[in-house]
Design a protein around this ligand. Structure first.
Ligand code: LMR
Length: 397
């Protein structure tokens, strides 16, 4: 039977990371997959996580299954981070999921099974895996305009026009709550306001993908878009992740939070969500969520976490500035200062697919085919070579 199976193409992001691992050139630079690196190029285990791990190791009493919905204290912390006090806790169904990706898949399956025929509007561009996840759940994805013509800022008029003219009530709209992946371009607070009004007026279901809380302006500031949408839309879904802000990538720690308009609906939705989880991965893994919960419940570790998160955010900002300055000094006639307006790990470099290929083949610099750069992969050491490589492929264009 298996002889008939054809080979699938490598994943646009993780496939590139595999190719990077196999590249033998010592000078190689990895700006592909969205993981944070410190200035020595390592993806560190946060100090607070190391301490929590020690504590948890001593305290852990069982490795039995968690409930289908995951750890209660963990889910409480998820809600606190997402909404602060701005939500009625009785209107929520919160489930711990295997990473943010697991959360998006759960949201997709919920929409597909409960609202057959709904389409999901996604920004153009969006994280490549969004299409794959929604399509795998049986939902059609429809792109809405997102970036302006030179791909450096938001085409807010185009975005509103598409959502206004192409959606029907009951369609879902996927929004990146902050640090848009892959562009780093986010709506302003006023634009979030308008977006909330539009979603409510068109009776659309917002799905907020919130993978980078704390990487933009700060934990509270980054939640403002979500909280604004909530003020307009009493029903929405949030898929969140602790991969980046706790550096817990491989532990797969995420959540799917459903906000309902009343308690009875939330209870019914929770029962359906639990059926979906049970038929998929049964119940979530314990370790990463236990670490997050240990940190959240310990004032000292919590304070340390906020500090370490701020350090990661500040380093990324610093590297943005360094890249812009060094590109300007290199004499290329392209102005990269738009990177300073963008937020989070990613930016669109504006490089075309040919230039991206040349960066990889001639300079051992790996960035995603769309031209997305993981700014968090830049270091003081690799920056001069990176800028030379970008300048070289631009010069020959
Ligand atoms: C990325 O966009 O690089 C990250 O979210 C990692 C992934 O799973 O693609």
């Amino acid at each position: 039977m298996f002889e008939t199976i054809s080979t699938a193409p490598p994943d646009a992001i993780l496939g590139l990371n595999e190719a990077f691992q196999q590249d033998q050139r010592p000078e190689k630079i990895n700006l592909s997959v969205g993981v944070y690196r410190d200035d020595s190029g390592e993806t560190p285990i946060l100090q607070c996580v190391r301490a929590a791990e020690q504590k948890w190791l001593a305290e852990q009493s069982s490795k039995s299954y968690l409930g289908i919905e995951g750890l209660t204290a963990y889910r409480r912390f998820v809600v606190q981070l997402l909404f602060g006090e701005a939500v009625n806790r009785e209107h929520l169904a919160v489930l711990q999921t295997p990473g943010g990706t697991g959360g998006v898949r759960l949201a997709a399956e919920f929409v597909a099974t409960q609202f057959a025929g709904s389409r999901v509007f996604v920004s153009n561009p969006t994280w490549a895996n969004h299409h794959a996840i929604f399509n795998a759940a049986g939902l059609a994805t429809v792109p809405y305009r997102y970036v302006n013509q030179n791909r450096t800022g938001l085409d807010f008029a185009g975005l509103c026009d598409d959502l206004d003219s192409q959606t029907i009530p009951g369609d879902a709209v996927l929004l990146h709550a902050c640090c848009h992946n892959p562009t780093g371009v986010d709506p302003t607070p006023q634009q979030w306001q308008q977006l909330g009004e539009l979603l409510a007026r068109r009776r659309l279901l917002p799905i907020l993908d919130f993978a980078y809380q704390g990487f933009g302006a700060g934990l509270e500031e980054d939640a403002e878009g979500l909280r604004t949408v909530l003020r307009h839309c009493p029903e929405l879904l949030v898929c969140s992740s602790f991969s980046k802000n706790f550096g817990l990538y491989g532990e797969r720690v995420g959540a799917m939070t459903l906000v309902a308009a009343d308690q009875a609906s939330a209870t019914a939705c929770m029962s359906q969500l639990k059926c979906l989880v049970r038929a998929n991965y049964s119940n979530p893994p314990q370790h990463g969520a236990a670490l997050v919960t240990t940190i959240a419940g310990d004032p000292e570790l919590s304070a340390q976490w906020r500090l370490e998160l701020a350090e990661m955010r500040q380093r990324i900002r610093h590297m943005r500035q360094q890249f812009v300055d060094q590109m300007a000094a290199s004499g290329v006639d392209r102005d990269f200062s738009f990177l300073l307006q963008q937020r989070g790990m990613f930016s669109f470099s504006g490089l075309n697919p040919l230039q991206v290929d040349r960066l990889r083949s001639e300079h051992a610099v790996y960035i995603v085919g769309s031209g997305r750069i993981n700014v968090a992969g830049m270091t003081a050491e690799n920056l001069p070579r990176l800028c030379q490589a970008v300048a070289a492929v631009l010069a020959d264009a």
